[in-house]
Ligand binder design. Sequence first.
Ligand SMILES: [Zn+2]
Ligand SMILES: [Zn+2]
Length: 342
Amino acid sequence: MDLSLKKIYGCLYPVLPKSIQSKLTRFLYKTGFKPTINRENRNFPTGKAVVVFSADMELAWATRYSKSATNPKESANRERQNIPLLLEQFDIYNIPVTWAIVGHLFLDACKKDSGRPHAHLPRPTYFENRHWRFANGDWYDHDPANNIQESPEWYGRDLVQLIKKSKTKHEIACHSFSHIDFSDAHCAPELARAELKECKDLALQEGIELRTMVFPGATAGNFDILKSEGFTNYRFETKYDIDLPQINGYGLVVIPNSFMIGNFPTGKSEQKTLGVLKKFIDKAIETKKLVHFYFHPSLETWIVKVIFPSILKYIYDKRKAGLLDVLTMNSVSEIVLKHETR
Ligand SMILES: [Zn+2]
Ligand SMILES: [Zn+2]
């Protein structure tokens, strides 16, 4: 299945009736059309398969201006409940994750300055994309401008500390400061730079240097600014599900994303979901390429309790057998860049 077929599947899937969706997908997995694999005769530079996990930590920020009906409080609460459970699982199997955190979540409080929260930051101009529609008011109208006790869905300093204190050495990455559309069309260079700088300053106060970007809603852009602010890599869709990282025209490493845990393309079944995830891992091992699972920690709690432990154990065993490495996005990009300049 090449890009066109992968694209056709991507476009077709959402408009198909539910019963056909899972039937078609099961067929594609059964017949080996999915996952799609880069068959190029080249391995990941270490000569071994790589598994990457990344998580988009956003609490209520991602649901602002959303075009689909969501309950921000409910999903933020679920995310708050899930994160400690997930960290516990990742610690059991010593599996590092790249946590792409909305910058505002480094805070435990904020207040208005001359009537507006974060008055020193530029705002996006009104825009509409496939996820969001920002058409009136101020970009920060949802910001309660109080504190974590009163509004735990808007602040996340406690969660950042939990990740930092984990036994496993996770990576903390950037997901913009206020979950903006980062594309050139909807984000002026000054806005991109200001958002990145705000995140970098807050991270630095925690002793963290940000190198990795996950674009909110996959709204990639402003690459020159990312590069000049010291970022080295980002997550993005590439031609295949199982693929190799690439270096884009700006010298940034593009880390392919493979599969979003929380989607149930073959239907909501434990056995089928695990079967699909294992297939991705096995194919990465077979071709010595990269598989990248990403997820939103607000996902349904049964996935955290049932799917994660099984799949992490599977990866742990394969790693123990010397068949794969589990790396953060930044580690992948360091290896790729080092290999490139050799
Ligand atoms: Zn604020
Ligand atoms: Zn997001």
